[in-house]
Design a protein around this ligand. Structure first.
Ligand code: NAP
Length: 455
């Protein structure tokens, strides 16, 4: 894929970038390695100050940064600005809490003094996706930099200007030179990076094939990875649920980011007794959404980020229909519009045992399934190769406890949509990946947990 800004609303190529040559990559790796030697000696007070500065810059420039995101990948501007605001939260959260999370932990043993010490690993590579171009990077960078690591960013090829803007913000925040660098490189150049001694670990958010490729390259070098991959999150609604709120939330949870979120609700699993009403309300709300220019304040749904994503989604919907699914609304790309537009779509009656029912639909398409009871709901929810998040709606506490206990996912949200929050760990199980981001768990992914024993 070319490294370029291509406006998904118009298809216009606005700016292209040459990928870095091997010699340029070496120069940046040298700088990263040298920076680490000095940066690891800096104090928490200094690092917190720099991260606070980053939050201030993000706050001051959120309108322009939001526009840049919308221009490159098409999310509605209001959501892009909200994303920048969320980045300020994660910066401030780690600026305040990381010193405690990384403090020595005394452990009583038969030594005269024994404790756990957390130390940085070194240069960490972050391979990031375009769907949350700022949030994905800051949720890696804030804890990694607070821990004393140095970051290298290989961002998705369609958001190069976001990638450069993030590097610029971190530099302007006062962090020493080379502590965070953007590498404009192709995906095929990542494996070589992992083979470089200076790179100690990596994190990747993206698709399964990309995760596998990074895990193989890292495995060959015995280097740690964190993988945040795809999801096909269930959204379960049982009979006692507050149906109005559940339906409104279902729309938000599916349409967030033009339907391109890993934790978007993708499979709606509804108790038979309320399914007709749920379906009718969802249909009304999907049809009321305003599709159009993502820069406009009243747009609910912008274009998909690239023509390839549009094509893939279109093929998946066609396959779903071939497998027995019925379209209630939408179902075809909006070819009369210039960019990569796909309408809100609802598919019912897909047989649960067809391969397409197991796939992730990365766009504004909801798959609706009906189940007789909670038993069947849990079974269907777990019948997925993925295990990222799950949202379940019921006011019955016994049912809530069962759902919390039995759903196979990295997160279960009861009577709420799945969301990320700096205070809570985020990540998946099964083919959704491994490791955690955010919270104390995310901070501890890229540190040496050193045991110290003094006799
Ligand atoms: P993608 O193609 O895997 O791209 C993600 C990143 O990986 C990009 O920087 C991409 O670079 C790079 N990449 C692709 N192939 C690679 C390879 N073989 N080796 C190394 N790097 C490689 O993902 P996408 O399709 O753009 O993003 C959507 C996927 O990400 C969905 O499955 C979604 O669920 C998942 N996602 C997960 C989370 C989470 O937290 N779990 C969050 C957001 C998205 P290029 O752009 O240059 O190809």
């Amino acid at each position: 894929m070319a490294i370029a800004t291509i406006n998904p609303t118009t298809g216009e190529t606005l700016k292209t970038f040459e990928p870095l040559k091997d010699t340029e990559i070496i120069t940046k790796l040298d700088l990263a390695g040298k920076s680490f030697a000095g940066y690891r000696q800096t104090s928490f007070v200094e690092r917190s100050h720099w991260l606070e500065q980053a939050a201030t810059i993000l706050d001051q420039e959120k309108a322009d940064l939001g526009k840049l995101m919308t221009l490159e990948m098409g999310k509605p501007l209001k959501a892009a600005i909200a994303e920048v605001e969320k980045c300020t939260l994660v910066c401030r959260y780690y600026a305040e809490n990381a010193p405690n999370f990384l403090a020595d932990v005394p452990i009583e043993t038969d030594a005269s003094h024994s404790f756990i010490k957390y130390q940085p690993l070194g240069v960490i590579l972050a391979v990031m996706p375009w769907n949350f171009p700022f949030w994905q990077v800051f949720r890696f960078a804030a804890p990694a930099l607070m821990a004393g690591n140095v970051g290298l960013l290989k961002h998705a090829s369609n958001v190069p200007q976001c990638a450069l803007a993030i590097e610029d913000i971190i530099n302007r925040s006062g962090f020493p030179k080379g502590v965070f660098q953007t590498l404009l490189i192709r995906a095929a150049q990542v494996a070589n990076l992992m083979a470089d001694d200076r790179v100690k670990a990596a994190t990747l958010t993206g698709s399964e094939p990309a995760g596998i490729s990074l895990a193989v390259a890292s495995g060959k070098q015995i280097k740690k990875t964190v993988l945040e991959l795809g999801g096909s999150d269930p959204f379960i609604v049982l009979e006692s649920a507050d149906l109005e709120t559940a339906v409104s939330t279902a729309v938000t949870a599916r349409m967030l980011n033009n339907g391109q979120s890993c934790i978007a609700a993708k499979r709606f699993i509804i108790a038979e007794s309320i399914a007709d009403t749920f379906e009718k309300l969802l249909l009304e709300k999907f049809q009321a959404l305003k599709i159009g220019n993502p820069m406009a304040a009243d747009t609910d749904l912008g274009p998909l980020a690239t023509p390839d994503i549009l094509q893939e989604l279109d093929e998946q919907v066609k396959n779903a229909v071939k497998s027995g699914g019925k379209i209630l609304t939408g179902g075809h790309p909006l070819t009369e519009m210039l960019g990569n537009f796909y309408p809100p779509t609802i598919i019912i009656d897909i047989p649960v045992d067809t391969p397409i029912a197991q796939e992730e639909f990365f766009g504004p398409v909801a798959l609706l399934f009906r189940v007789p009871d909670i038993e069947a709901a849990i079974k269907l929810a777990n019948d997925s190769p993925f295990g990222l998040g799950a949202s379940a709606w019921t006011t019955n506490t016994e049912e809530q406890n069962r759902l919390i206990q039995e759903i196979e996912a990295g997160a279960v949200f009861i009577n709420s949509m799945v969301k990320s929050d700096p205070r809570l760990p985020f990540g998946g199980i099964k083919r959704s990946g491994y490791g955690r981001e955010l919270s104390i768990q995310g901070l501890h992914e890229f540190v040496n947990v050193k045991t110290v024993w003094v006799k």
